[in-house]
Ligand binder design. Sequence first.
Ligand SMILES: *Cc1c(COP(=O)(O)O)cnc(C)c1O
Length: 365
Amino acid sequence: MIACADPSAQFQSYQAEIEAAALKVMRSNHYVLGLEVEALEQEFANYIGVSSAVGVANGTDAIELALRSLDIGWGDEVITVSHTAVATIAAIEATGAKAVIVDVEPKYFTLQPSQLTNALTSDTKAIIAVHIYGQSVDLKSISAFCKNNKIFLIEDVSQAHGAKYEGKRLGSIGDIGCFSCYPTKNLGAIGDAGLITTNSKKLSKKVRMLREYGWDKRISQYPGRNSRLDELQAAILRVKLRHLDSDNSKRNKLANHYITELVDSSIVLPQTRSESTHVYHLFVVQVSNRNELMDHLKSNNILAGIHYPIPTHLQPAYLNRLITSTDMKVTETLADRILSLPIYPELGIENVQKVVTAVKCFNNS
Ligand SMILES: *Cc1c(COP(=O)(O)O)cnc(C)c1O
């Protein structure tokens, strides 16, 4: 069976290092927010190219706390896309703010900048730019829009750890960057984890307080909650961070193999923006008879995925709830056409070739 993603394969790659790191924590008698978290924060900040990083419990919390650190909440609006993990929108709503959604660019699946003017109101406080599938949004246009309208830019980098835009790592360009380290992500823990990056001392200090009851020296300065990061996950992430660039280049090799082999087929291949690098969190193709191709692959023991089968604004919890200022034509069309072919660093060219062969066989049938 070829899975769409396989975090246990990554554990096996780095098993000795991960087990040593985990054992050290277990024997340390300090399990939450300690030296491993501090070291991870320093190393991740250096890697992304920002002055500070803050570890939190998961990616959804990273976004919620980022918004709270910018004083965004009740009565405010935050613009983002519907073509994303539900988490992006859940995090906005967790602050009390309203989510305003816009459509995406058909070529890159990312926020369509031309729709921002329609979505802007006097209550708009921020845009959450989701770097979907492994590459950047049109950051130049979106940053310019944020500057001109004096609103904040939050990057949701949960699918693009390590990718660059005009030479800079994603998560270092907006006011604040939010990362999920869920096990299947490019930088994945063995459990839940999240990270926030920023160049603002003020914001990093506030996020640090917000993740633990709003405390400053054990006195709550803000209404608090708990979004602490475990030492065990931090220690594991430190091991994985050392291998992130090499893992991303493995993903690129596999993606290039797919592209070379499938360039003449009828499926639409993913495209990379010239200003961005791609870290292929997912390898998403478009095909008109998607469900048939998915079934065909399954009968060949290949599990493809769909990210995402129903746009957030059409899922039961969010139906008629999110603010839409434009139509969602591209988002809604994509939902029936997209298919995520297996990709993860340990997959190997031989297995990619098996998927290619199965896709070609389907195309010719
Ligand atoms: C995974 C993901 C999140 C949420 O992260 P969790 O760690 O599951 O809370 C947010 N945004 C995007 C784009 C994601 O892919």
